[in-house]
Design a protein around this ligand. Structure first.
Ligand SMILES: *Cc1c(COP(=O)(O)O)cnc(C)c1O
Length: 399
């Protein structure tokens, strides 16, 4: 007789049902291991592909200068922090990174987190509770929405970038304290939030404004300072901004930036910043170097701007349906989930890695290819992608 399974029957049947449902709806997801470094060319299942789906916007994830620096930092500081920050894991390198991020953004204070997901969970659950209200753009990142839900505050989602809808909701709001949260650049659409209007509404209604700049920091604005800079506002006009070190910075980790009193309180209350091991000090040192490149290498942003223009013009000429995005996130709307999958598959066969984004990540009927650009891309690679898309436009746009 075989040994009884450690998975009880009720759990086993749940697993089977849940999986069957997802497989039937083409929603079962599997990850595939890369056999090369993260870069604009990646090796996947024995095929070298042009990579058009990473968030490595500035091409820093595999940057030679940064890698050399990281090796030196490892030799000096070792591989691990050994503890949470409030015990004995906080190192001079963490302190320096926080101060340099704050200087870059022109704010009083910065607190590091393990990841952007943890930062959003941590900040929202620290600041909000029963009796409070949180208003979120409908297309906000899952980590913001999850943080709002977990906080126990009353959460409302307003229509995407619709300040009139938000204003109506704010007028009816009677909560003790109120927070408005928006992505600065939206991850699936690539458009930029109406930051100046959000800031005005927040001020009018005594609400705290939080912007998630995961796709904005390093990519848009003066010296990569994000959507507040693009809106022409003062650096302290928006109370809190979240950044990740996993996208334009090319690494891993995250932070929240804002006034000292708020950041100090977040350090006291944010459980995802308290009950977790600090980032390795060598990693903080490496991200300091990354910040120098993010801040100083305007040529990377200029290169991105040129590539974005080239891609958009080419796709528009071919008759594809684009969204109004000026950022490296360029969605191509194709309608059904199956069509998005077919196109991504056809591109893969032609040597291009592009992700198909389907419901429920995006609304029904708006499945899309999500093409992302990097300053590391060769214009030649973008031309080749356009040639491949042209070949498919004939087939797909006349079905
Ligand atoms: C990627 C992303 C996050 C999560 O950041 P990680 O550092 O990857 O955990 C949070 N918010 C937005 C808008 C993102 O795109």
């Amino acid at each position: 007789m075989p040994a009884a399974s450690a998975v009880p029957l009720s759990w086993a049947s749940w697993l089977a049902d849940e999986k069957a449902q997802r497989v039937t709806q083409s929603l079962w997801r599997e990850k595939q291991p890369l056999d090369s470094a993260q870069s604009t060319r990646v090796l996947l299942q024995d095929q070298w592909l042009h990579n058009f789906c990473s968030n490595d916007y500035l091409g820093l994830a595999n940057d030679d200068e940064l890698k050399t620096y990281a090796q030196q930092a490892l030799a000096q500081h070792g591989v691990g922090a050994g503890s949470a920050t409030l015990v004995c894991g906080h190192h001079r390198e963490h302190q320096a990174l926080q101060e340099e991020l704050a200087d870059w953004l022109g704010v009083e204070s910065v607190l590091l987190f393990g990841s952007g997901y943890m930062a959003n969970m941590g900040v929202l659950t620290a600041l909000l509770g029963k009796g409070d209200a949180v208003f979120q753009d409908r297309l906000n990142h899952a980590s913001l929405l999850d943080g709002g839900l977990a906080s126990g505050a009353r959460q409302q989602r307003y229509i995407h970038n619709d300040c009139a809808d938000l204003a109506r909701r704010l007028v009816a709001n009677t909560a003790r304290r109120t927070l408005i949260a928006s992505d600065g650049v939206f991850s699936m659409d690539g458009d930029i939030a109406p930051v100046a209007q959000l800031q005005r509404l927040a001020a009018q209604h005594d609400a705290l404004l939080l912007l998630d700049e995961a796709h904005a920091f390093g990519v848009i604005g003066d010296a990569g300072r994000g959507s507040v800079s693009v809106a022409g506002l003062d650096s302290d006009a928006v109370a809190l901004r979240i950044g990740t070190l996993g996208k334009a910075f090319g690494g891993y980790g995250a932070f929240v930036a804002g006034p000292k009193d708020l950041i100090d309180m977040i350090q006291q209350l944010a459980r995802p910043a308290i009950y977790t091991t600090a980032l390795p000090p060598a990693w903080a040192a490496t991200m300091r170097k990354s910040l120098q490149l993010v801040q100083g290498d305007d040529w990377r942003r200029q290169r991105l701007t040129e590539l974005i223009k080239m891609l958009r013009q080419g796709l528009q000429q071919q008759g594809w349906s684009l969204l109004p995005s000026s950022t490296p996130i360029q969605p191509v709307l194709v309608g059904s989930a199956q069509r998005a999958l077919d196109l991504a598959h056809a591109l893969r066969q032609r040597g291009f890695l592009v992700s198909a984004i389907r419901p429920p990540t995006v609304p029904l009927g708006t499945a899309r290819l999500r093409i992302t650009l990097s300053a590391g891309h060769d214009p030649q690679a973008v031309s080749e992608l356009l040639a491949a898309m042209a070949g498919m436009a004939k087939h797909f746009n006349h079905e």
